[in-house]
Design a binder for this molecule. Structure first.
Ligand code: FEO
Length: 394
């Protein structure tokens, strides 16, 4: 169990590392995660966010290494989701004078989750709490990513605590971006986090970043509630959030498919070959060999999605249906696409895939390409030609 870590004088990380979580409400977390809680000490003391309930012992021991938990005056709840508020019921028993600080939706959400009437202070954007020597300022972040979400800013230390924002599911001994040898892995996890959690809410992010600018918040450090704390690569993560939230995509194609007996797969490979010949970077993604939460991370920055499905029981293959349903809820931005697939006798899948892609705002480049049973040489050539046409049209 690692100890508390000082971010700035009087600002400490007192969270927990979850090395073993591999699944987070359906999202695969192959690198684990952390639940970051922050203790801020002026004349008074505040704890910003807590941890998942089972990690309460880790958090409380870190707090106890710094102060008596009974001295905590404020428990700031930036977000009600239980990976951050789960330890509150246990903590409330150890903090008799503490008052919850949250948005109006936050207080309502906590009441619905824990059925307790805890003493609470509701805050709005711009409200401040002085701890004596430290000032906490609040910024509502409605729907980023729950109605209760808010950011807390420690004025004197220029530290922004944006909860899930800028976070990554990444367990590590290190706490800061400049301590990490392979920052690209952290960026990859930040992209996966954005794609799976924030993508459907992306249009709300640029106005919020503008609001931060308008409020004149000078930021030296961004300390999210998952993963690594940003202090040396702030520009990199802020630029990434700006790009991801405005749909900046690269000239890259993903050929995402499943296959019953190899025909749709043969089509996928031929499409990829055509794209490669025409110089378009592309990746083949078999739906039963990749987790859908990893696939949407790839989708975040790709311009072209070519989605293939065999027809099964007059519909799409189950893995394709799963992806389409998940992706529809994420509202991907600025994508172009084509459907393809093989069928035996009815051939509904291609039409369903195309309709679903249209429904989620993907620009359909041309009608879907379908093959009966096994593609012959001529049909594989058509697939290659499709790949070349997609590449040429970008
Ligand atoms: Fe990390 Fe929305 O909870």
């Amino acid at each position: 169990m690692s100890g508390s870590i000082e971010l700035k004088d009087g600002v400490h990380w007192v969270g927990a590392i979850d090395w073993n979580v591999r699944e987070f409400h359906g999202y695969s977390t192959s690198r684990g995660t952390t639940y970051n809680a922050y203790l801020i000490r002026g004349d008074k003391t505040a704890l910003v966010d807590t941890v998942k309930a089972e990690f309460f012992p880790e958090m409380i021991s870190k707090i106890e290494s710094l102060i008596d938990p009974a001295e905590i005056d404020y428990l700031v709840v930036n977000h009600v989701e239980m990976d951050h508020s789960g330890a509150l019921p246990l903590l409330m028993e150890r903090t008799p004078r503490a008052q919850i600080v949250a948005t109006d939706n936050g207080v309502k959400g906590l009441t619905r989750h824990y059925r307790k009437d805890w003493p609470s202070l509701k805050v709005r954007t711009g409200n401040e709490i002085s701890l004596g020597g430290k000032t906490l300022q609040f910024l509502e972040a409605y729907m980023l990513h729950w109605p209760d979400s808010m950011f807390t800013y420690v004025k004197e230390d220029r530290v922004l605590l944006p909860n899930d924002g800028f976070g990554q599911h990444y367990a590590s001994y290190q706490r800061f971006d400049d301590e990490i040898d392979h920052l690209e892995i952290v960026m990859e996890e930040a992209a996966k986090y954005f794609a799976n959690i924030l993508m459907p809410l992306a249009p709300l992010i640029p106005p919020l970043l503008k609001k931060v600018e308008k409020m004149g918040l000078q930021i030296d450090m961004i300390a999210p509630s998952h993963g690594i704390i940003w202090r040396s690569h702030l520009g990199k993560i802020i630029q990434a959030y700006t790009d991801w939230s405005t749909g900046v995509v690269q000239d890259r194609a993903l050929i995402i498919y499943d296959s019953m007996w190899g025909s749709t797969e043969a089509m996928a490979r031929a499409i990829a070959q055509g794209m490669s010949r025409a110089g378009l970077e592309n990746k083949l993604i078999h739906l039963r060999k990749n987790h859908y939460s990893d696939i949407v991370k790839e989708i975040l920055t790709a311009k072209v999605l070519v989605i293939g499905s065999p027809t099964l029981n007059e519909g799409v293959f189950p893995s394709v249906a799963h992806l389409l349903s998940y992706l529809k809820g994420l509202h991907p931005l600025k994508k172009k696409g084509v459907a393809f697939g093989s069928y035996g006798w009815s051939g509904e899948a291609i039409k369903v895939v195309e309709a679903e892609m249209k429904a989620m705002g993907i620009e359909i480049l041309e009608p879907g390409l379908e093959v009966v049973y096994v593609p012959g040489e001529e049909e594989l050539q058509q697939c290659m030609d499709l790949g070349e046409r997609i590449a040429a049209g970008l």
